[in-house]
Design a protein. Sequence first.
Length: 575
Amino acid sequence: MKLLELAEAGDVPGVLRALGELTTDQRAAHAPALAAHFAALEAEEWRTLAEERRIALSTARLGCQVTPPTAADCILSPGFRAAFSADWMADVLDLYPAAWQAEVVARIDERATGTVMDGDRYAIIDYLVRVTGCPAPTASTYLNSWIRYWDHSALRTGKRTQLPRYGDMARILRDHHCAATFLPLILERPDVQLPPVSVLVELADEGLLDRAALVHRVLTEMADRHPAHALQNLEALRLTPEEHARTSPERVALLEPLLIRVLQDGTRKEMTPHLALLRALGFLAREQVSFLRDHVAMLDLSLPVAEYGQQVLVALDEAGLLEDDVLAESCERVLARPEKKLVRAQFSWLDRAARRDPGRAAGVVTGVALAFQHPDIALRERALTVAARHLRAAGEAVLPELRVAAAFLGPGLTARAEELFGPPPGDDGTAGRSTEAPPAAPFADVLPAVPVPARRYVRWGRPPRSPRRSPPSSPTATPWCRSNERWTGWSVTPASIGPSCPRRSARSYAGSRTSSASTGRATCTTSPRRYGGTSRGNGTSTCARTSARSGGPTSSRAAPRPRRCSRHGSPRPST
């Protein structure tokens, strides 16, 4: 059977035996037919083929590439697919000598393009490098494949019984036969994707990587990563104080893009990763002084951003890099905010600044006076306390301004403010006390008595006749009323139905205006347990006293005369 027929039948062992029996020239003669067959297969049709058929066709095609350039082109071609977990690739490649295999590796290293190759091609090249001892490819495509497929077992090493754990990545990369060549290269080339930073730190601790180059590479790539991911990498690095000082240029380069994003503001969830990364980078005051205005602008943004900006300004002030006008501007921005946490932190900052340098007490006291207008009385009281603490160091020059600001403190703090700052402007100390004789009859602002709604009485029986609405002349009309309400009209009922009980409430009246048409007994919706009545199946109850006068519920009179309720006195209908 021909080689192509064996491949179409999916007979992988038969294809391997046929390739072993053919000479080099005979294999080359089968190459055009196999290439034409592959060209006729569409990509969708190739994916629908059985696995054994695809393996057999790929085996036959690779086995007929008799020159290293054509073999390298076959391995790198887009349509080449293999199953690297099987040993058939090793059997095909072993048909040629080691020099031929090493030449194939060199050709692949020259022609490899793209970011990363798939696991099949990487397994072939890795096998050839191991068995021949030739130099491994150093192209970025192969290095990315080495990092991505770190957990792939190589050919001829036996099948894995279980997948390696992620924590074994450092051990597997360290034990690789090309680790000494690949590890330094992945730090030098920016287009090579790095493994997890924790793995690289472990390899650097073992002396397989240069830690200085690792720190530089990780910090350089942080600008292109999400802040949460960058924060994880920074925590994995565990920078020493010497490394923190040495990497100042890399960290300052990260500061500007982070500040640009923070100044755009957002929700707390959006800002938390950026602010956490800014704090973790540990910028020094001298590194942040160039971005002073950016941190002042943060004081007008959301609470987390304003809190971070305030903390940076406090650090700059303690380092002696903050001017007095910036301190006054921060007071204007913060002390007008409603957040108590920010205002209290500003008070503490101003208190420490005045204690550290008494010459700044005047600016501190005037800045604290801005909080005299705060809506929270506790904060106004604390502002007055801070101002009183540094009033002596501030001098008398600030007293006129403080007297004007003290007018907003409120009546509870006015007396204390007058003791500290003196009476307000235009007051001779007798404010609130009149110098004229009291009037003979002092004015008393007394509110009128609260009107009490008059009690409404309901007359049981017929309402008074009204010229606008006369009672009907029908003999079947009977008056009705609702308890504690006015008369609302007349109710016309059949002649056989007696008058409704006036004791019913408005709620019971709406759903219980029923009575027995056959007996004509008067019905009452009040509780039978309370008035001694009996419950009926139709949802009504018969007043016990009414039933007694009308013959009871078992009376056999055909057309009994309607009786008035003995308890509530509803009148009979007019006849």
